[in-house]
Design a protein around this ligand. Sequence first.
Ligand code: PMP
Length: 360
Amino acid sequence: METKAIWLNGKLVPKADATLNFLTPALHYGVAVFEGIRCYATARGPCVFRLRDHIERLFDSARVLGFRELPYTVDQIVEACLETVRANGFEECYIRPLVWLAEGGWNLTVDGGKPYFGIAVWEWKQYLGAEAAERGVRANISSFTRHHPNVMMTKAKIAGNYPNSVLAKTESLRLGFDEAIMLDAQGMVAECTGENIFLVRKGMLYTPPDGTILEGLTRDAILGLAEDMGYEVKAKPISRDQLYVADEVFVCGTAAEVIGLREIDFRTIGSGRTGPVTQQFQAAYRALVRGTHPRSEEWLAPVHPRESFFEEAPEALADILDERLGLFEGGEVPDARHHRKTLEVVATRDPRPARRRAED
Ligand code: PMP
């Protein structure tokens, strides 16, 4: 399905009309910040994974870049993302909010122009290929170094940071690999071009500390899942040869999700296939984003307003119904959701929201 509408500065416009002036400084100097977010088909309809966290990071990126005032709030952009998905009718899609410097800024300061906002959505399947999850992919250590944190701002998703990733990824693909692993300015493993990296050795997980990397929300989700699954994770400097002798190496990001590296620099990693620990994280992550994991409720934002036949406190009632129907708790969704009688019976049993009842 094609993208139909794009949200530009507060309005949905047809895709063909969402064009920019060639004399937009953001295009010339990379003065823009963006996010990459995924919306998944779940039993509760399309749901966006960690939407608020992504939009908070977007605003943090804008602050890092130097914007002092933005014309929208986090809440407004969260709602605008949901509205854009709804307008395009996607069940699953990628969401790309972008804030860019427009109307001036040729003097190389963000104070010379105005921040404009746009949100596009499109259908995007497996970023590293259809077989990547099962087989794992091949990577090399890039000849390009990751940003020094006092040269480019590594905590922010600034458009102008990304030619570094483009250089590395283009080189890796031309060499016949699928992804590039980038070392930091000290020569230790930093991250991939659009993913964070973990290694597994003797039952322990290791990941580079967050000094020079983008603090990925998928990385953060993996840290939470690891705790649930009883794995100890150490964030410590990792050398490239520590990757070579790992039992498993996997990368994670919104676009790539969780993907094993089966080979690095022509050295087979572990068994040469996606390893058992990586598989466990893939399964947990899949459940998480599909709405069947205990942590799903906290992190999934439904695209469509919850349906309720009750005029009073429809949100609270929807909470109760979701709990009773097993949504977000591993349950298949029964069609009963749309059955007025069942809903009434369930809801009248205890009219207080599920969360409040649990706290009593
Ligand atoms: N590192 C870089 C450089 C990235 O561009 C991304 C993708 N946003 C990530 C890591 C992973 O971040 P996230 O899990 O939030 O998508």
